[in-house]
Design a protein around this ligand. Sequence first.
Ligand code: NAD
Ligand code: ZN
Length: 383
Amino acid sequence: MEQVSLATKTPSNVITCKAAVAWTANAPLSIEEVQVDPPKAGEVRIKITSAGICGTDNHILEGKNKVPLPAILGHEGAGIVESVGQGVTTLKPGDKVLMLPLPECRECVYCLHPKGNFCKKENILSPTGLMLDGTSRFTCRGKKIYHLYGTSTFTEYTVADEIALAKIDDAAPMDKVCVLGCEVPTGFGAVFNTAQVTPGSTCVVFGLGGIGSAIVMACKASGASRIIGVDINEQKFPRARALGVTDCLNPNKLKKPVQEVVMEMTGIGADFAFEAIGLIETMVAALKSCVMSYGVCVIIGVAPSGSQLSFDPAELLPGRTLKSSVMGGYKTRDGIPKLVTDYLQKKINTDVLITHKLPFEKVNEAFKLLREGNWLENQGGNP
Ligand code: NAD
Ligand code: ZN
Protein backbone atom coordinates (compact mmCIF):
# COMPACT_ATOMS: atom_id res chain seq x y z
CA MET A 1 0.00 0.00 0.00
CA GLU A 2 2.72 2.41 1.02
CA GLN A 3 4.62 1.85 -2.21
CA VAL A 4 1.52 2.34 -4.33
CA SER A 5 0.66 5.66 -2.69
CA LEU A 6 4.26 6.92 -3.09
CA ALA A 7 4.28 5.87 -6.72
CA THR A 8 1.07 7.74 -7.47
CA LYS A 9 2.24 10.92 -5.72
CA THR A 10 5.46 11.61 -7.60
CA PRO A 11 5.93 9.19 -10.51
CA SER A 12 6.50 11.80 -13.19
CA ASN A 13 8.87 13.76 -11.00
CA VAL A 14 11.34 11.04 -10.12
CA ILE A 15 14.03 10.85 -12.81
CA THR A 16 15.69 7.52 -13.50
CA CYS A 17 19.15 8.01 -14.99
CA LYS A 18 22.70 6.74 -14.95
CA ALA A 19 25.13 7.55 -12.16
CA ALA A 20 28.52 6.31 -10.98
CA VAL A 21 28.01 4.96 -7.47
CA ALA A 22 30.85 4.49 -4.95
CA TRP A 23 29.52 1.55 -2.89
CA THR A 24 32.77 1.33 -0.90
CA ALA A 25 36.23 2.88 -0.96
CA ASN A 26 39.08 1.11 -2.77
CA ALA A 27 36.81 -0.24 -5.53
CA PRO A 28 35.92 1.09 -8.98
CA LEU A 29 32.81 3.22 -9.30
CA SER A 30 29.81 1.27 -10.50
CA ILE A 31 27.64 2.70 -13.30
CA GLU A 32 24.09 2.15 -12.07
CA GLU A 33 20.54 3.18 -12.74
CA VAL A 34 19.53 5.61 -9.98
CA GLN A 35 16.36 7.42 -9.03
CA VAL A 36 16.70 11.16 -8.49
CA ASP A 37 13.86 12.67 -6.46
CA PRO A 38 12.34 16.03 -7.35
CA PRO A 39 13.81 19.07 -5.60
CA LYS A 40 12.25 20.04 -2.28
CA ALA A 41 11.86 23.64 -1.03
CA GLY A 42 15.01 25.68 -1.65
CA GLU A 43 16.49 22.99 -3.91
CA VAL A 44 17.22 22.68 -7.60
CA ARG A 45 17.47 19.61 -9.87
CA ILE A 46 20.20 19.84 -12.47
CA LYS A 47 21.13 17.99 -15.64
CA ILE A 48 24.91 17.62 -15.42
CA THR A 49 26.62 18.30 -18.74
CA SER A 50 30.32 18.12 -17.66
CA ALA A 51 32.16 17.05 -14.55
CA GLY A 52 35.81 17.26 -13.55
CA ILE A 53 37.83 14.92 -11.35
CA CYS A 54 39.63 16.53 -8.42
CA GLY A 55 42.34 15.08 -6.18
CA THR A 56 39.79 15.16 -3.34
CA ASP A 57 37.51 12.68 -5.19
CA ASN A 58 40.54 10.44 -5.57
CA HIS A 59 41.42 10.72 -1.85
CA ILE A 60 37.84 9.63 -1.04
CA LEU A 61 37.93 6.73 -3.46
CA GLU A 62 41.26 5.59 -2.02
CA GLY A 63 39.73 5.68 1.48
CA LYS A 64 42.00 8.47 2.74
CA ASN A 65 39.21 10.98 3.30
CA LYS A 66 36.12 9.65 4.98
CA VAL A 67 32.65 10.53 3.69
CA PRO A 68 29.38 8.62 4.13
CA LEU A 69 29.06 5.80 1.55
CA PRO A 70 27.52 4.57 -0.68
CA ALA A 71 27.61 7.92 -2.45
CA ILE A 72 27.63 9.59 -5.81
CA LEU A 73 30.99 11.36 -5.86
CA GLY A 74 32.20 14.33 -7.90
CA HIS A 75 32.04 17.94 -6.77
CA GLU A 76 33.22 19.86 -9.84
CA GLY A 77 30.41 20.10 -12.35
CA ALA A 78 28.55 22.24 -14.84
CA GLY A 79 24.89 21.74 -15.61
CA ILE A 80 21.53 23.10 -16.66
CA VAL A 81 18.64 23.64 -14.26
CA GLU A 82 15.92 21.06 -14.96
CA SER A 83 13.44 22.07 -12.25
CA VAL A 84 13.31 24.12 -9.07
CA GLY A 85 11.68 23.52 -5.71
CA GLN A 86 9.39 25.84 -3.81
CA GLY A 87 10.80 29.22 -2.84
CA VAL A 88 13.77 29.17 -5.22
CA THR A 89 14.14 32.72 -6.51
CA THR A 90 17.58 33.02 -8.09
CA LEU A 91 17.39 30.17 -10.62
CA LYS A 92 14.90 28.91 -13.21
CA PRO A 93 14.78 25.93 -15.60
CA GLY A 94 17.26 26.36 -18.44
CA ASP A 95 19.79 28.41 -16.42
CA LYS A 96 23.43 27.35 -16.65
CA VAL A 97 25.08 26.67 -13.29
CA LEU A 98 28.31 25.51 -11.70
CA MET A 99 28.01 23.24 -8.67
CA LEU A 100 29.59 24.58 -5.47
CA PRO A 101 31.08 22.17 -2.90
CA LEU A 102 31.28 25.19 -0.60
CA PRO A 103 27.97 27.10 -0.63
CA GLU A 104 27.39 30.77 0.09
CA CYS A 105 24.23 31.34 2.11
CA ARG A 106 24.86 35.11 2.45
CA GLU A 107 23.37 34.92 5.96
CA CYS A 108 25.83 33.15 8.28
CA VAL A 109 28.58 34.93 10.26
CA TYR A 110 31.29 33.81 7.85
CA CYS A 111 29.39 34.75 4.69
CA LEU A 112 28.57 38.17 6.18
CA HIS A 113 32.20 38.87 7.15
CA PRO A 114 34.17 40.53 4.33
CA LYS A 115 37.03 38.02 4.72
CA GLY A 116 35.06 34.81 5.33
CA ASN A 117 33.97 32.17 2.83
CA PHE A 118 33.59 29.04 4.98
CA CYS A 119 29.78 29.05 4.83
CA LYS A 120 28.32 27.37 7.91
CA LYS A 121 25.48 25.74 5.97
CA GLU A 122 27.68 22.90 4.61
CA ASN A 123 30.39 21.53 6.87
CA ILE A 124 32.82 19.94 4.46
CA LEU A 125 35.05 19.02 7.42
CA SER A 126 32.49 16.49 8.67
CA PRO A 127 30.27 15.79 5.67
CA THR A 128 26.79 14.41 6.30
CA GLY A 129 26.25 13.31 2.70
CA LEU A 130 22.74 14.74 2.95
CA MET A 131 20.80 17.78 1.75
CA LEU A 132 20.33 20.67 4.20
CA ASP A 133 17.05 19.11 5.39
CA GLY A 134 18.94 15.96 6.44
CA THR A 135 17.68 13.63 3.71
CA SER A 136 19.00 12.26 0.40
CA ARG A 137 17.50 12.61 -3.09
CA PHE A 138 19.23 9.52 -4.54
CA THR A 139 18.11 5.88 -4.49
CA CYS A 140 19.78 2.92 -6.17
CA ARG A 141 18.52 -0.68 -6.06
CA GLY A 142 16.16 0.41 -3.28
CA LYS A 143 19.00 1.77 -1.11
CA LYS A 144 19.56 5.35 -0.03
CA ILE A 145 22.65 6.83 -1.68
CA TYR A 146 24.52 9.74 -0.11
CA HIS A 147 25.44 13.03 -1.78
CA LEU A 148 28.97 14.44 -1.75
CA TYR A 149 29.50 17.95 -0.35
CA GLY A 150 25.97 18.93 -1.48
CA THR A 151 27.02 18.47 -5.11
CA SER A 152 27.41 14.88 -6.54
CA THR A 153 28.33 15.37 -10.18
CA PHE A 154 29.11 11.86 -11.49
CA THR A 155 25.47 11.44 -12.48
CA GLU A 156 23.22 12.56 -15.32
CA TYR A 157 20.93 14.38 -12.85
CA THR A 158 21.59 15.70 -9.38
CA VAL A 159 19.86 17.84 -6.75
CA ALA A 160 21.55 20.71 -4.90
CA ASP A 161 20.56 23.49 -2.56
CA GLU A 162 20.04 26.86 -4.24
CA ILE A 163 22.88 28.34 -2.11
CA ALA A 164 25.31 25.77 -3.55
CA LEU A 165 24.85 26.82 -7.18
CA ALA A 166 26.50 29.62 -9.11
CA LYS A 167 24.41 30.97 -11.99
CA ILE A 168 26.76 31.58 -14.88
CA ASP A 169 26.62 33.39 -18.23
CA ASP A 170 24.39 31.75 -20.88
CA ALA A 171 27.29 31.94 -23.35
CA ALA A 172 29.61 29.82 -21.16
CA PRO A 173 30.92 26.64 -22.87
CA MET A 174 30.09 24.07 -20.21
CA ASP A 175 32.87 21.60 -21.00
CA LYS A 176 35.44 24.40 -20.62
CA VAL A 177 34.14 26.35 -17.61
CA CYS A 178 33.54 23.19 -15.59
CA VAL A 179 37.06 23.54 -14.10
CA LEU A 180 36.04 26.96 -12.75
CA GLY A 181 33.87 25.10 -10.23
CA CYS A 182 36.76 23.91 -8.03
CA GLU A 183 40.23 23.58 -9.56
CA VAL A 184 40.63 27.14 -10.85
CA PRO A 185 39.17 29.10 -7.89
CA THR A 186 41.09 26.89 -5.45
CA GLY A 187 44.42 27.50 -7.19
CA PHE A 188 43.89 31.11 -8.25
CA GLY A 189 42.43 32.14 -4.91
CA ALA A 190 45.30 30.51 -2.98
CA VAL A 191 47.61 32.89 -4.84
CA PHE A 192 45.51 36.04 -5.28
CA ASN A 193 43.49 35.98 -2.03
CA THR A 194 45.31 33.83 0.52
CA ALA A 195 49.03 34.36 -0.22
CA GLN A 196 48.72 37.62 -2.17
CA VAL A 197 51.81 36.90 -4.24
CA THR A 198 53.79 40.03 -5.11
CA PRO A 199 55.64 40.98 -8.34
CA GLY A 200 59.26 39.86 -8.48
CA SER A 201 58.79 37.21 -5.79
CA THR A 202 60.02 33.61 -5.69
CA CYS A 203 57.38 30.89 -5.31
CA VAL A 204 57.62 27.14 -4.78
CA VAL A 205 54.69 24.91 -5.69
CA PHE A 206 54.53 21.37 -4.26
CA GLY A 207 52.37 19.20 -6.55
CA LEU A 208 51.92 20.03 -10.23
CA GLY A 209 48.54 18.37 -10.75
CA GLY A 210 45.35 20.28 -11.51
CA ILE A 211 45.43 22.59 -8.50
CA GLY A 212 49.21 23.05 -8.57
CA SER A 213 49.03 24.04 -12.24
CA ALA A 214 46.34 26.64 -11.51
CA ILE A 215 48.61 27.96 -8.71
CA VAL A 216 51.54 28.23 -11.14
CA MET A 217 49.38 30.18 -13.63
CA ALA A 218 48.31 32.61 -10.91
CA CYS A 219 51.88 33.06 -9.55
CA LYS A 220 53.00 33.91 -13.08
CA ALA A 221 50.07 36.32 -13.52
CA SER A 222 51.04 37.96 -10.20
CA GLY A 223 54.50 38.72 -11.59
CA ALA A 224 56.53 36.10 -9.70
CA SER A 225 60.01 36.09 -11.22
CA ARG A 226 60.95 32.56 -10.17
CA ILE A 227 58.58 29.60 -9.75
CA ILE A 228 60.02 26.30 -8.52
CA GLY A 229 57.80 23.28 -9.21
CA VAL A 230 58.07 20.10 -7.12
CA ASP A 231 56.59 16.76 -8.19
CA ILE A 232 57.60 13.10 -8.12
CA ASN A 233 56.01 12.55 -11.55
CA GLU A 234 58.28 14.12 -14.14
CA GLN A 235 55.57 13.79 -16.80
CA LYS A 236 54.11 16.90 -15.16
CA PHE A 237 57.20 19.02 -15.82
CA PRO A 238 56.77 20.05 -19.51
CA ARG A 239 53.31 21.53 -18.95
CA ALA A 240 54.44 23.13 -15.68
CA ARG A 241 57.30 24.82 -17.55
CA ALA A 242 54.90 25.97 -20.27
CA LEU A 243 52.72 27.56 -17.57
CA GLY A 244 55.59 29.44 -15.93
CA VAL A 245 57.64 27.08 -13.75
CA THR A 246 61.30 28.08 -14.04
CA ASP A 247 62.89 25.16 -12.11
CA CYS A 248 61.54 21.61 -11.69
CA LEU A 249 62.51 19.38 -8.77
CA ASN A 250 61.80 15.69 -8.31
CA PRO A 251 62.33 15.00 -4.57
CA ASN A 252 62.98 11.30 -5.30
CA LYS A 253 66.05 12.23 -7.32
CA LEU A 254 67.54 14.70 -4.85
CA LYS A 255 70.34 13.79 -2.46
CA LYS A 256 68.99 16.16 0.21
CA PRO A 257 65.50 16.98 1.50
CA VAL A 258 63.74 19.18 -1.04
CA GLN A 259 63.44 22.11 1.40
CA GLU A 260 67.25 22.21 1.73
CA VAL A 261 67.59 22.27 -2.05
CA VAL A 262 65.09 25.15 -2.28
CA MET A 263 67.08 27.01 0.40
CA GLU A 264 70.30 26.52 -1.56
CA MET A 265 68.73 27.56 -4.86
CA THR A 266 67.26 30.75 -3.43
CA GLY A 267 69.75 31.65 -0.69
CA ILE A 268 67.04 32.42 1.89
CA GLY A 269 64.02 30.40 0.76
CA ALA A 270 60.92 31.16 -1.29
CA ASP A 271 58.75 34.19 -0.53
CA PHE A 272 55.67 32.02 -1.05
CA ALA A 273 55.28 28.23 -0.77
CA PHE A 274 52.18 26.25 -1.77
CA GLU A 275 51.30 22.65 -0.93
CA ALA A 276 48.88 21.10 -3.45
CA ILE A 277 49.34 17.38 -2.78
CA GLY A 278 47.70 16.56 0.54
CA LEU A 279 50.54 14.88 2.45
CA ILE A 280 51.83 15.84 5.90
CA GLU A 281 55.50 15.47 4.83
CA THR A 282 55.13 17.82 1.87
CA MET A 283 53.19 20.33 3.99
CA VAL A 284 56.12 20.51 6.43
CA ALA A 285 58.62 20.62 3.54
CA ALA A 286 56.67 23.54 2.00
CA LEU A 287 56.71 25.42 5.31
CA LYS A 288 60.46 24.90 5.69
CA SER A 289 61.03 26.03 2.08
CA CYS A 290 59.80 29.56 2.62
CA VAL A 291 61.83 32.50 3.95
CA MET A 292 62.19 32.18 7.72
CA SER A 293 61.57 35.84 8.44
CA TYR A 294 58.57 36.67 6.25
CA GLY A 295 57.78 33.68 4.03
CA VAL A 296 54.14 32.68 3.56
CA CYS A 297 53.20 29.01 3.23
CA VAL A 298 49.71 28.14 2.00
CA ILE A 299 48.42 24.59 2.43
CA ILE A 300 45.76 23.68 -0.11
CA GLY A 301 46.16 19.90 -0.13
CA VAL A 302 43.72 17.88 1.98
CA ALA A 303 45.54 15.45 4.27
CA PRO A 304 44.10 12.00 5.13
CA SER A 305 41.29 12.13 7.72
CA GLY A 306 42.60 12.26 11.29
CA SER A 307 46.20 13.19 10.43
CA GLN A 308 48.19 15.58 12.59
CA LEU A 309 50.59 18.19 11.27
CA SER A 310 53.73 18.25 13.39
CA PHE A 311 56.71 20.63 13.32
CA ASP A 312 58.87 22.58 15.74
CA PRO A 313 57.05 25.88 16.44
CA ALA A 314 60.47 27.54 16.13
CA GLU A 315 59.87 27.22 12.37
CA LEU A 316 57.22 29.93 12.76
CA LEU A 317 58.88 32.06 15.44
CA PRO A 318 61.12 34.11 13.15
CA GLY A 319 58.04 35.35 11.30
CA ARG A 320 56.83 32.73 8.84
CA THR A 321 53.09 32.59 8.18
CA LEU A 322 51.22 29.32 7.70
CA LYS A 323 47.85 29.68 6.02
CA SER A 324 45.21 27.65 4.23
CA SER A 325 42.04 28.20 2.26
CA VAL A 326 39.07 26.35 0.86
CA MET A 327 38.01 27.22 -2.70
CA GLY A 328 40.72 29.86 -2.69
CA GLY A 329 38.90 31.97 -0.13
CA TYR A 330 36.31 33.02 -2.72
CA LYS A 331 32.76 33.69 -1.64
CA THR A 332 31.62 31.12 -4.11
CA ARG A 333 28.26 32.35 -5.47
CA ASP A 334 29.68 35.85 -5.94
CA GLY A 335 33.23 35.03 -7.06
CA ILE A 336 32.86 32.07 -9.41
CA PRO A 337 30.46 33.67 -11.94
CA LYS A 338 33.02 36.51 -12.18
CA LEU A 339 35.75 34.01 -13.07
CA VAL A 340 33.44 32.67 -15.80
CA THR A 341 33.00 36.21 -17.14
CA ASP A 342 36.80 36.66 -17.08
CA TYR A 343 37.10 33.45 -19.08
CA LEU A 344 34.51 34.59 -21.64
CA GLN A 345 36.27 37.97 -21.95
CA LYS A 346 39.53 36.09 -22.51
CA LYS A 347 41.16 37.63 -19.42
CA ILE A 348 42.04 34.11 -18.26
CA ASN A 349 42.65 31.00 -20.34
CA THR A 350 42.10 27.87 -18.33
CA ASP A 351 41.67 25.45 -21.28
CA VAL A 352 45.22 24.23 -20.77
CA LEU A 353 44.09 22.74 -17.43
CA ILE A 354 41.81 20.29 -19.28
CA THR A 355 43.93 17.29 -20.18
CA HIS A 356 41.35 14.74 -21.38
CA LYS A 357 37.67 14.52 -22.23
CA LEU A 358 36.02 11.16 -21.73
CA PRO A 359 32.42 9.95 -21.94
CA PHE A 360 30.71 9.55 -18.59
CA GLU A 361 30.84 5.73 -18.77
CA LYS A 362 34.66 5.94 -18.67
CA VAL A 363 34.80 7.68 -15.29
CA ASN A 364 36.99 4.89 -13.83
CA GLU A 365 39.46 5.37 -16.68
CA ALA A 366 39.54 9.08 -15.87
CA PHE A 367 40.56 8.25 -12.27
CA LYS A 368 43.29 5.99 -13.63
CA LEU A 369 44.59 8.85 -15.78
CA LEU A 370 44.60 11.18 -12.75
CA ARG A 371 46.55 8.66 -10.65
CA GLU A 372 49.09 7.94 -13.34
CA GLY A 373 49.34 11.56 -14.43
CA ASN A 374 49.53 10.16 -17.93
CA TRP A 375 48.82 13.40 -19.76
CA LEU A 376 51.36 14.16 -22.35
CA GLU A 377 50.32 11.67 -25.00
CA ASN A 378 46.86 13.16 -25.00
CA GLN A 379 47.57 16.88 -24.66
CA GLY A 380 44.97 18.72 -26.66
CA GLY A 381 43.37 15.47 -27.75
CA ASN A 382 39.82 14.42 -27.20
CA PRO A 383 39.81 10.66 -26.78
P1 NAD B 1 46.30 15.84 -8.53
O1 NAD B 1 46.27 14.38 -8.27
O2 NAD B 1 45.93 16.35 -9.89
O3 NAD B 1 47.77 16.41 -8.20
C1 NAD B 1 48.58 15.98 -7.15
C2 NAD B 1 50.04 16.04 -7.63
O4 NAD B 1 50.91 15.75 -6.53
C3 NAD B 1 50.36 15.02 -8.73
O5 NAD B 1 50.99 15.68 -9.82
C4 NAD B 1 51.31 14.02 -8.04
O6 NAD B 1 52.27 13.48 -8.94
C5 NAD B 1 51.96 14.91 -7.01
N1 NAD B 1 52.53 14.19 -5.86
C6 NAD B 1 52.01 13.11 -5.21
N2 NAD B 1 52.82 12.75 -4.18
C7 NAD B 1 53.87 13.61 -4.18
C8 NAD B 1 55.02 13.77 -3.38
N3 NAD B 1 55.26 12.96 -2.34
N4 NAD B 1 55.88 14.77 -3.66
C9 NAD B 1 55.67 15.60 -4.71
N5 NAD B 1 54.58 15.51 -5.51
C10 NAD B 1 53.68 14.53 -5.26
O7 NAD B 1 45.35 16.48 -7.43
P2 NAD B 1 44.70 17.96 -7.42
O8 NAD B 1 43.33 17.89 -7.97
O9 NAD B 1 45.66 18.92 -7.98
O10 NAD B 1 44.54 18.19 -5.83
C11 NAD B 1 45.68 18.47 -5.04
C12 NAD B 1 45.29 18.56 -3.58
O11 NAD B 1 44.42 19.69 -3.37
C13 NAD B 1 44.54 17.36 -3.04
O12 NAD B 1 45.01 17.06 -1.74
C14 NAD B 1 43.10 17.84 -2.97
O13 NAD B 1 42.37 17.14 -1.98
C15 NAD B 1 43.32 19.28 -2.58
N6 NAD B 1 42.19 20.19 -2.85
C16 NAD B 1 42.00 21.21 -1.97
C17 NAD B 1 40.99 22.13 -2.18
C18 NAD B 1 40.81 23.29 -1.25
O14 NAD B 1 39.81 23.98 -1.39
N7 NAD B 1 41.72 23.52 -0.33
C19 NAD B 1 40.16 22.00 -3.29
C20 NAD B 1 40.38 20.96 -4.17
C21 NAD B 1 41.41 20.06 -3.94
ZN1 ZN C 1 27.05 31.09 4.82
